[in-house]
Design a protein around this ligand. Structure first.
Ligand SMILES: C[S@@+](CC[C@H](N)C(=O)[O-])C[C@H]1O[C@@H](n2cnc3c(N)ncnc32)[C@H](O)[C@@H]1O
Length: 270
């Protein structure tokens, strides 16, 4: 792909050392990714998730903000695709509020030789703004974060306030069979057994909210296909999970732009 340096290329320049392998094994990881020839044992398979985002092949000359970056895979990917500036931000996973930490991000960034290319800042999504960051960004990534937020509408407004061109939103979606914009609420730990998950929205609600915060051109670039939802429901059923909510649960990726861009057909996507 144009402008993309592969993980293998980056890793090849920095051979795995026993020291790196040991350091990786001492940490708890969220992202599975290759750093300097070592694969981190995370829970999120980035090889599978990355193509679903349909990031521009080249981010040459662009500035990119990664909100909720955790171990930083997508920030590093933005740098690989040529972004001139990348800022990775997080709060919950980096500030000691959860089992996560910033250590994986710092180790991976060093192993990949991206210390000057990717800056990090601990900041809550609700505190984002041109006034707090002192800048705005061409591209903003909000991946796997929205359902964690108690105030998702304000969060979208804050993210929009620092986005000049494109917001890539990846999130959980539910109630897709309802044409009316709707939100599902998770008062306890109904979504993935995680009591820090609060809301998911159906596609109509997400499109409407993105337009509401200032993106007139919204397109869906990925939705979990029916075949995958069926396979996942079967697998969760074997483990005794409630089948109906497992089947209705799906992921969605939207591109929200300040101006129109060519449509992508979600049916043709992996
Ligand atoms: C499911 S992980 C997703 C990580 C990464 N973006 C990805 O897609 O692989 C959710 C991330 O959102 C972050 N997060 C949760 N609440 C946040 C908040 N209020 N402000 C900033 N980040 C937050 C968490 O710390 C965590 O890193």
């Amino acid at each position: 792909m144009f402008g993309v340096r592969s993980q293998e290329t980056v890793g090849a320049r920095r051979p795995a050392s026993d020291e790196l392998r040991d350091a990786v094994s001492r940490l708890r990881w969220y992202h599975k990714m290759d750093i300097g020839g070592v694969r981190t044992p995370g829970v999120s398979d980035t090889r599978r998730a990355l193509p679903r985002l349909h990031l521009p092949d080249s981010l040459e000359g662009k500035s990119v903000l990664d909100v909720g970056a955790w171990d930083g895979f997508y920030s590093f990917e933005a740098a690989r695709r040529g972004a001139r500036r990348v800022l990775a931000t997080d709060s919950f996973a980096w500030d000691g509020s959860s089992w996560g930490s910033q250590e994986g991000f710092l180790l991976a960034r060093k192993a990949l030789g991206l210390e000057t290319a990717v800056e990090a800042r601990t900041i809550d999504v609700l505190d984002l703004g041109p006034e707090t960051l002192g800048e705005t960004f061409d591209v903003t990534l909000l991946l796997g974060v929205l359902y964690h937020l108690r105030d998702p509408v304000t969060a979208l407004e804050r993210v929009a306030s620092v986005t000049r061109e494109l917001l890539v939103l990846e999130t959980e979606t539910a109630l897709g069979w309802l044409a009316t914009p709707a939100a599902r609420v998770y008062p306890a730990a109904e979504l993935n057994h995680d009591d820090t998950n609060y809301f998911s929205f159906n596609q109509s609600a997400l499109e409407g909210l993105l337009r509401h915060v200032g993106f007139p051109a919204v397109s869906v670039v990925y939705r979990t296909p029916l075949s995958r939802r069926l396979a996942r429901t079967t697998w969760l059923g074997v483990r005794g999970e409630p089948l109906r909510s497992a089947f209705r649960s799906a992921r969605i990726v939207l591109h929200a732009r300040r101006s129109p861009a060519p449509d992508i057909d979600p049916g043709a996507l992996p």
